[in-house]
Design a protein around this ligand. Structure first.
Ligand code: HEM
Length: 422
């Protein structure tokens, strides 16, 4: 494969799921785009799109939600048109939009439903439980070493089960069903990866979604007459303009929380571990007083698990001298923004004490991640308990990456570690 430095810009590959699986993030290609053509039209791509790679441009676009819409197309797929209307026609199923696919006025009305639950103050209430869940998984992994040394898959032991448990508990899903949440997430988000969807991209992820809807509908029914202090109850009783939500919208809420809350945090956790293995000095610095918060932000900047989300241009407009046509698709590359030389000093240095750190791992503007505080809490609890107990840690094999251009996923992260006595 020719190096990104030698290729014409139009041949840079920033969209094929196979390339992300084989090579990880194309930082060299993104850097060239930021330098030479920060708003670049890939007109020959089967689904043509504008690649937006600078921090300032992603911010400006995300802050104009009425001009740059989330609804019509959530992400660019290089082979299939995944415009909402085409998907519905193919699937013969009127799938309800989730929060992230809504535009105003519906988006702001629906966003209020969750906002009150995920503020830092409200999260104080869940602190103790997230703490307990994180400590349980850390202890179980450390027990494998029996006071000495062990080899484990970090994704299997901590990065995957921790967010599943937190999301399952927040939603109010009974614990024995949590593994099922894991399976649905893999099939819905890993739709391009043959390990999760062996037959066909569209149909397998669709089947997973229908299974998830069927499962949640019986819990929703229960919560209508038997309210609990959980998110399913919140959604089942939520009202917009004095009306209860349509039943399918309640299920779409459950789906977005399962889909958005698992795979992202999983890959920030595993991406963080990979970064800390690659930078042992930073692993030690993370434990110095006052560095945990900034270290978590740096892990988020560094790992940036969401590769891109798309926007659709609502009307002809000129952006930074480029003529966007109504209906054009924009891909916002968050990991590229997070290495932007105009925003970050030494952007390729992993620095757990980095301040300020205005990363865009959670997006920005109208659709800024609703679960950012939950994700930060999970990461903090996991590393707070784990790192002081690791005397040594190294890779025990190559990370196995997800085939996806949406999530920078690590399916397996084999590590070898020695335990520090408690
Ligand atoms: C490290 C973990 C996470 C990352 C990197 C992440 C990333 C993102 C990004 C980039 C967006 C913005 C999409 C856009 O602008 O179009 C987003 C939206 C969203 N995220 Fe997260 N997320 C994470 C964890 C979570 C968790 C734990 C939850 C739920 C508990 C969650 C729920 C949501 C929801 C509901 C939205 C849609 C918000 C809206 O459209 O108004 N996320 N996330």
């Amino acid at each position: 494969m020719a190096a990104a430095a030698d290729l014409p810009l139009d041949q840079l590959d920033v969209i094929n799921p196979e390339s992300f699986e084989a090579h990880g993030y194309p930082h060299e290609a993104w850097e060239r785009l930021r330098r030479e053509s920060p708003v670049h039209y890939f007109g020959d791509s089967p689904v043509p799109f504008w690649a937006i790679t600078k921090h300032a441009d992603i911010t400006a676009i995300s802050k104009q939600p009425d001009l740059f819409l989330n609804g019509p197309r959530l992400f660019v797929h290089p082979e299939v048109s995944n415009m909402q209307e085409d998907l519905e026609a193919q699937q013969g199923f009127d799938r309800p939009a989730t929060l992230i696919e809504m535009d105003n006025p519906q988006h702001s009305a629906y966003r209020k439903i969750i906002s009150s639950r995920f503020t830092p103050a409200a999260l104080k209430k869940i602190h103790a439980e997230v703490d307990r869940i994180a400590r349980k998984f850390v202890d179980e992994m450390l027990d494998e070493a029996d006071g000495g040394e062990a080899e484990v898959d970090f994704v299997d032991k901590i990065a995957a089960p921790l967010p599943i448990a937190v999301i399952g508990w927040l939603l109010g899903v009974p614990e024995p069903d949590w593994p099922q949440l894991y399976d649905w997430t893999n099939r819905m988000i890993g739709f391009d990866d043959p390990e999760f969807n062996p037959s066909d991209v569209e149909s397998d992820s669709m089947t997973a979604m229908v299974e998830l809807f069927t499962y949640f509908s019986s819990i929703v029914e229960d919560r209508k007459s038997n309210p609990q202090d959980d998110l399913i109850t919140l959604f089942a009783h939520a009202e917009v303009d004095g009306q209860k939500l349509p039943p399918m919208d309640v299920l779409a809420w459950c789906q977005i929380i399962v889909g958005a809350g698992n795979e992202t945090t999983r890959n920030a956790t595993s991406g963080g571990m990979l970064a800390l293995i690659d930078h042992p000095e930073e692993r030690r610095r993370l434990l110095a007083p006052g560095n945990m918060r900034s270290g978590i932000e740096e892990i988020l900047r560094w790992s940036s698990p969401v590769i891109h989300f798309a926007r659709t241009v609502a009307e002809d407009t000129v952006f930074n001298g480029h003529a966007f046509k109504k209906g054009d698709t924009l891909a916002l590359y968050y990991p590229s923004a997070n290495r932007d030389e105009d925003v970050f000093d030494a952007p390729y240095r992993f620095d757990v004490a980095r301040r300020p750190n205005r990363h865009l791992a959670f997006g920005v503007g109208e659709h800024f991640c609703a679960g950012a505080h939950v994700a930060r809490l999970e990461l903090e609890m996991a590393y707070k308990y784990l790192l002081p107990r690791l005397k040594e840690v190294e890779l025990a094999g190559e990370p196995d990456r997800l085939r996806s251009n949406l999530i920078g996923g690590i399916k397996r992260l084999p590590i070898r570690f020695k335990v520090q006595p408690a």
